[in-house]
Design a protein around this ligand. Structure first.
Ligand code: LMR
Length: 328
């Protein structure tokens, strides 16, 4: 009988060896803190659709917007424990782990979006993507939001207008220094607490993109909005190495290509989403909007660009100078 069993089992083993194992079901939890109708909210949903389509549902992406799962700070911790697989925090949120990412917080660093994209797609961008690997993360790409504006309960038209006010910032030494250079006081707060702090006047103002100011209703609790475009807000899309290393090449390819497509998509849409938000804020009539003259904008630039040399050590002089030079 053993011989008979042998002849029966061998073909079964052979069959098992040549039949590919069914692709394991993979779930990606993706946490972010903004509303769905914003550049990051839209990019995350676009990415989810592509991944699920290309993988025929074998890779699922669960998107958690509005800090419903984690704050950005918690998300970075959760990623390193692999209880979270993806997030796209603003660069400033990495300050404690990868201080060179504060490059993007330097005020008036980019002349325009073309300049920004040239930097992100070039050597500086590649170096920064790699920089998070020392923290057990994998940098997958950069998503745009746009340029930041200032809000307060008084018109901020010249730099001196901000003196004495308390502004909420993300946890970044550069952003703290920026407000100190204006004679103002910075206060670190998670994004989800900004509205309440403005409403209860524990802070006087904040900086953010128009899509964030609109979707989180900051304009309802701020009398003045100045179109300063003084700094850039963008995101580093990350996963963790534990999760990444267990994926097959095909799964990695699906995720990488979907991410590239989502990046291209949001590059073409982010500015429009911010424009729509400005229109909606204007239409609400709840806040005064101040456009700056070239002379007023120049005054902010001159005051704020002075802080760059103080960050040659933390960010790297070369990185800053290469970024500035990429404008040409
Ligand atoms: C903020 O905290 O202001 C931003 O990081 C929010 C975001 O993700 O756009």
């Amino acid at each position: 009988q053993p011989r008979r069993l042998f002849t029966l089992l061998v073909p079964l083993f052979l069959l098992a060896a040549i039949t590919p194992a069914p692709a394991a079901q993979v779930t990606i939890k993706f946490s972010h803190v903004v509303a769905t109708d914003t550049p990051k909210g839209q990019a995350a949903l676009y990415f989810k659709r592509l991944v699920e389509q290309k993988s025929k549902g074998t890779i699922r992406v669960e998107v958690y917007p509005n800090a419903s799962l984690y704050s950005d700070h918690e998300a970075i911790e959760a990623l390193s424990l692999n209880v979270l697989q993806m997030a796209a925090p603003a660069f400033a949120k990495f300050t404690r782990f990868v201080p060179e990412l504060q490059l993007f917080d330097l005020p008036f660093l980019f002349e325009n979006t073309r300049h920004l994209h040239r930097v992100l797609d070039g050597n500086v961008g590649r170096a920064l993507l790699r920089s998070v690997s020392k923290r057990g993360l994998v940098g997958l790409g950069f998503w745009d939001n746009g340029f930041k504006q200032l809000t307060a309960n008084r018109p901020l038209v010249y730099p001196a207008d901000a003196a004495g006010l308390k502004f909420r910032i993300m946890n970044s030494m550069v952003l703290a220094r920026q407000f100190r250079a204006l004679g103002a006081q910075p206060e670190v707060l998670p994004f989800a607490e900004v509205y309440g702090a403005l409403q209860h006047k524990t802070i006087d103002g904040q900086e953010n993109t128009l899509s964030n100011i609109y979707s989180k209703k900051f304009f309802e609790v701020q009398k003045d909005l100045s179109l300063t475009n003084h700094g850039y807000l963008g995101y580093l899309v990350v996963t963790n190495q534990l999760f990444w290393n267990q994926l097959t090449d095909r799964q990695k390819e699906i995720i990488t290509s979907s991410l590239q497509e989502a990046t291209a998509y949001i590059r073409g849409r982010a500015a429009e989403l911010n424009r729509q938000s400005l229109k909606a804020i204007r239409f609400s009539g709840k806040t005064r909007i101040h456009d700056l003259t070239p002379e007023q904008r120049h005054a902010w630039q001159t005051r704020l660009r002075k802080i760059y040399p103080e960050f040659y050590d933390t960010i790297g002089r070369r990185l800053i100078e290469d970024t500035v030079a990429a404008e040409q």
